[in-house]
Design a protein around this ligand. Structure first.
Ligand SMILES: *Cc1c(COP(=O)(O)O)cnc(C)c1O
Length: 433
């Protein structure tokens, strides 16, 4: 929580209901949900199809374990569905959890065990990117690329290292995206070589960095990541917790970059937030290693609620909506329109330093000075005044320090965009900087 948040006079709205892209609070005020909850309400609020699937599953079976000895039906069905829709990426097996941190933690354990299965037990380290966010369990927190998420909880797990991410708006190297992409790829490769590849299990990254401030890499960056991982025999883990299931304008973030990772982690959009659920998908290379007979082939991992049947039923219904209503395509189309409207807003308001995004994950970065790009800090009231102004005008929007984060339900229309941009225009005009 930001220090300024504590000083706010108005208590936060108590949200009591939602429908489509709209939410309501206890005082009866209505808001356009520009956050999608927390990047996760992909199919929208109050969808009959998802609620019915949940109730139908509850009426059959509320819970049964997937630990050895039994398996529940919705988890089997969802696994089939996930393998089917990730065919272009070549995924073959699924491990479930209850959130993004679980999904990435599982990915790390799978990666380490994979290398033991194939006779390279020394490959244990992980490389991730600065500004990357991978969750808050000890392993996933250790992979995070910002001190703010770790400082109070040291020491971190050993074996995690971070390298520069290609952040076009803020980097000390170059303004040319292609040059930056090549440079950051080289820095990553140098780190692999410095650590020595025979100690590295995997590289993990988000196809588009979310909590770090919606940092969209140049298009050549992910293909370069894949190439470097292949050259040095290192696994590539795509943290698709936000980008998965349509948010970035393609069904998966890596599909937008035409890259096949070895492991894909899904969570936020997986059930549109109706029930907590995450999935860690692995490709054939990894799955077949686990199929082999070895003292290491037991995957000694799983949670009580791995593959929870009600959550899996919600996941199946949500995925059906995303596919049937072509929400990835809508995200691409409406996201592009949103970006262009925000860019024209930028010409009128000096505090808007940068507007960036892909699909319906967008950030507006606020600065004190456009030339120097001096950012507002957690101690500046201005960004909070903007988001509170939006909330007062019926638009629920979240700030991360100096960034306004936009990630509405993927059912958003151009008309919703116009309403939000008009509110932003009025709020920025009322708060000149
Ligand atoms: C939110 C998030 C996580 C963590 O997910 P939780 O469900 O909060 O544990 C991991 N990775 C990314 C990219 C995320 O956005």
């Amino acid at each position: 929580m930001q220090p300024t948040a504590l000083a706010r006079e108005a208590p936060p709205p108590v949200i009591i209901s939602g429908d489509g892209v709209t939410i309501r609070d206890a005082q009866g005020r209505e808001f356009i949900d520009c956050q999608g909850g927390l990047w996760c309400v992909n199919a929208g609020h109050n969808r009959t199809e998802i609620k019915d699937a949940i109730v139908a599953q509850l009426n059959r079976l509320q819970y049964y374990t997937n630990f050895p000895g039994s398996v529940n039906e919705p988890s089997l069905e969802l696994s089939r569905k996930l393998i089917e829709i990730t065919q272009p990426e070549g995924m073959r097996k699924v491990m479930y959890g209850s959130g993004g941190s679980d999904a990435n933690e599982s990915a790390f354990k799978i990666a380490r065990q994979y290398w033991k299965l194939v006779g390279k037990p020394g490959k244990i380290k992980f490389i991730s990117l600065k500004n990357g966010y991978h969750g808050l369990h000890f392993g996933t927190m250790s992979a995070c690329g910002a001190n703010a998420w770790k400082a109070s909880y040291e020491p971190m797990v050993p074996g995690f290292f971070q390298v520069e991410s290609p952040h076009v708006y803020r980097n000390p190297f170059t303004e040319d995206p292609e040059a930056l992409s090549a440079l950051c790829a080289t820095l990553l490769e140098r780190e692999l070589e410095y650590q020595t590849p025979d100690t590295i299990a995997a590289v993990i990254a988000e196809p588009i960095q979310g909590a770090g401030g919606v940092i969209v890499p140049p298009a050549s960056y992910w293909p370069r990541l894949r190439e470097i991982c292949d050259r040095h025999d290192v696994l590539l883990i795509a943290d698709e917790v936000i980008t998965g299931l349509g948010r970035s304008g393609s069904l998966f973030g890596v599909r937008g970059w035409a890259v096949k990772p070895d492991i894909m982690c899904l969570a936020k959009g997986l059930t549109s937030g109706y029930i907590p659920l995450s999935a860690t998908l692995m490709n054939d290379r990894i799955a077949s290693a686990f199929d082999s007979m070895s003292p290491h082939s037991v995957f000694m991992h799983g949670y009580t609620y791995s593959g929870h049947p009600v959550a899996c039923a919600a996941g199946l219904a949500s995925i059906d909506l995303v596919l049937k209503e072509k929400l990835s395509e809508n995200s691409a189309d409406v996201g592009e329109y949103f970006l262009s409207r925000l860019k024209s807003l930028q010409t009128r308001h000096r505090a808007i330093g940068d507007v960036r995004g892909k699909g319906l994950m967008i950030a507006i970065e606020l600065v004190k000075n456009r030339e120097t790009k001096e950012p507002f800090t957690p101690f500046d009231a201005y960004p909070g005044q903007i988001s509170e102004g939006c909330v007062a005008s019926g638009v629920m929007i979240r700030t991360i320090v100096n960034k306004l984060i936009i990630s509405p339900p993927l059912t958003f229309t151009r008309d919703h965009v116009d309403q939000v941009v008009n509110v932003l225009d009025q709020v920025f005009s009322a708060h000149p900087f």
